[in-house]
Design a protein around this ligand. Structure first.
Ligand code: T4K
Length: 371
């Protein structure tokens, strides 16, 4: 049996280069609390991504929770059911009621046509997700947020380096939240960040992730501990050195998948979006059982027999989990596009070290499964 192929594997830079960073950490004994690597990574990420301010976090979920705190979001927030569960959990942890709105059928992001009908007097913000790194319709969502006086926080966990019309997608909305988890295209083992556009917001966020401390004896807010440590930051600095190479390789692998799968009846996938520079960190494929002859779950199990571990991101929908399925906005029939996509989607393996032979093998398994 061949080696298992997972949906993703982290890119790891040469160990010897990481050891040099470790040596510096050992020498300085500075392990965390806004250390030198932390500061350097914030600055270098701002330059690389083309954004004004970044505050690093220990993971993306705490960054989401803190972003909602920083904007003092309460009441109801409009969000998507088609995401990783952390998006909605961040609302729950802030005692905010999630209001699910359906996704659009082409790129699976929050459908701007459906947002306004979900706004009530309790709505304070919108929390869309650039799912798979596909930019939301940022122009229309911004307009809605402005019209109704709502805050706008983007979950940009999948959107490292994504650009729209030549500018970083992270420049849209009030705040954008990133994840640098091991499964992400840019990883710091665990990690995350909030991108913001002015200095005072950056200061507030920095306070909130450090217990609310302003100085040794002054605590101005009930903050949390969500700081990124120096080992994570060192990993980030090294990842930045290789990120362009990593994304280019992912792009080539996706080209290979697209060519190999394009003429299989009942298999569809997304092309690049107009005016978008993608990061290619997910390759979602839709299986139409009527045309392909097998269900998505059958394909998922079939690949597993061959030691290929695709993932059904995102199945079930967040709105189908016990914590949320009782909400009115989660009721079956309200989120029709998301309900269809979640039954059809499978993310195929995509990562830097994935071998071309494995991609070809996966294409063949899918092609031959219906014969
Ligand atoms: N918002 C969105 C839209 C998100 O997608 C996420 C996280 C968040 C917010 C929250 O950000 P964080 O708090 O996580 O920073 C994974 C990740 O744990 C999660 O970060 C990610 N989204 C989600 C989409 O995927 P699982 O449960 O599917 O991961 P897991 O452990 O099954 O890993 C998938 C595969 O990756 C494994 O089969 C093998 C490989 N892998 C994984 C790890 C952890 C490795 O090769 N090495 C590793 O260290 O959730």
């Amino acid at each position: 049996m061949s080696k298992p192929v997972f949906v993703t594997q982290p890119y790891l830079p040469p160990l010897i280069e990481f050891q040099e960073y470790l040596k510096k950490i050992w020498d300085s004994k500075l392990l965390t609390n806004n250390g030198p690597f932390h500061q350097e990574l914030e600055q270098k990420l701002c330059e690389y991504l083309g954004v004004k301010y970044i505050s690093l976090f220990s993971n993306g979920t705490l960054a989401l929770i803190t972003a909602l705190q920083a904007l003092r979001i309460t009441g109801e927030v409009i969000t998507t059911p088609f995401s990783f569960v952390a998006t909605t959990h961040a609302l729950w942890w802030n005692n905010i009621k999630p209001v699910f709105v359906d996704i659009e059928p082409d790129y699976f992001t929050l459908n701007p046509d459906k947002i306004e009908a979900a706004i009530t007097s309790n709505t304070t913000a919108i929390l869309p997700v650039h799912v798979y790194g596909n930019p939301c319709n940022v122009v229309r969502i911004q307009k809605i947020a402005e019209t109704y006086g709502l805050k706008l926080i983007y979950d940009a966990a999948h959107a490292f380096g994504v650009r729209f019309n030549g500018t970083s997608i992270l420049n849209y909305g009030d705040l954008s939240v990133m994840s640098f988890h091991a499964t992400k295209v840019f990883n710091t083992f665990e990690g995350g960040a909030i991108v913001c556009h002015d200095k005072s917001m950056k200061q507030s966020i920095d306070l909130l992730k450090n217990f609310g401390f302003v100085d040794e004896t002054t605590v101005v807010a009930p903050g949390i501990n969500a700081k990124m440590n120096e080992i994570q930051a060192a990993m980030g600095l090294l990842q930045l050195k290789y990120i362009d190479k990593v994304i280019e390789k992912l792009k080539q692998l996706i080209r290979l998948y697209r060519n190999g799968l394009k003429d299989i009846n009942g298999i569809t996938f997304m092309d690049d979006m107009p005016a978008v520079k993608h990061c290619y960190s997910y390759f979602p494929v839709l299986i139409d059982k009527d045309r392909y002859g097998k269900t998505r779950n059958e394909v998922y199990e079939h690949l597993k027999i061959h030691n290929i571990f695709g993932r059904r991101y995102f199945y079930p929908l967040i709105s189908q989990f016990p914590a949320y399925c009782g909400l009115e906005s989660a009721l079956s029939g309200k989120l029709t596009v998301a309900e269809q996509i979640t039954e059809k989607v499978i993310c195929l393996p995509i990562y830097f070290d994935l071998h071309i032979n494995d991609v070809n093998r996966i294409i063949d398994y899918i092609r031959n499964f219906t014969k």
